[in-house]
Design a protein around this ligand. Structure first.
Ligand code: PRP
Ligand code: URA
Length: 205
């Protein structure tokens, strides 16, 4: 697991935790965090040389060898898309519908949409909450079954149980998070956490 630490990351995490932050404020801080997480999470993307014409001369530069596919896990992962798309404007966005059954805590998959030409592209799985790790593990199983080979997982707040579960089942997938919290409660919520990330973003509390 890569713990992304930065003064601004800590500031935005505290703002997200605040139970009195409304959906608009919550979304703004989540987007800012996504931008900060994008830099370390994308630092090893392969690039290739490209030549460009400036108004005055020829220059050489770089472009991404393969455009990444952003995979937000519905619903909460949607809040990380804008920040990543800001820095990779031509990224493909493939939504993955998955929710955690409240009683069993088991992931239930209900939607996906991937481009045909996906096999050699890097996948960035986006979900702010890594709690039991059931949803992330299932999402990674699914991405691999769809042909993904180069995958990174980006979360915002993780519980030790979730990190361990993903790292044991998917040791090939780097996990980036902004905060490692203490534990899970008896309902599988991260403590201290921030509550239900989907509800907080979309006002369905
Ligand atoms: C949340 C979160 C993760 C999952 C994490 O989604 O966005 O997908 O829970 O929990 P886990 O690590 O124990 O699986 P939720 O099921 O609340 O769906 P929602 O975003 O649609 O509300
Ligand atoms: N999903 C959330 O949104 N929050 C938690 O604390 C755990 C799972």
């Amino acid at each position: 697991m890569v713990l992304v630490d930065h003064p601004l990351v800590r500031v935005h995490i505290a703002a997200l935790r605040d139970r009195y932050a409304g959906a608009d404020v919550f979304r703004r801080h989540l987007t800012a965090l996504a931008r900060l997480l994008a830099y370390p999470a994308l630092a090893d993307l392969p690039t290739e040389d490209v030549s460009v014409e400036t108004p005055l001369a020829e220059a050489t530069g770089q472009r991404l060898s393969r455009v990444p596919i952003l995979v937000p896990v519905l619903r909460a992962g949607l809040g990380l898309v804008e920040g990543f798309a800001d820095v990779i404007p031509d990224a493909v966005v493939s939504h993955l519908g998955l929710y955690r059954d409240h009683a069993t805590l088991q992931p239930v998959r209900y939607y996906s949409n991937f481009p045909q030409d996906r096999h050699h592209h890097p996948f960035i799985l986006l979900d702010p909450m890594l709690a039991t790790g059931g949803s992330a593990s299932d999402a990674l199983d699914y991405l691999k079954s769809e042909g993904a080979r180069d995958i990174r997982l980006v979360s915002v707040i993780a519980a030790p149980e979730g990190v361990e579960r993903v790292e044991v089942r998917h040791p090939d997938v780097p996990v980036y998070t902004a905060q490692l919290d203490e534990r899970l409660d008896e309902r599988g919520y991260i403590i201290p956490g921030l509550g239900d990330a989907g509800d907080r973003q979309f006002g369905t509390v």
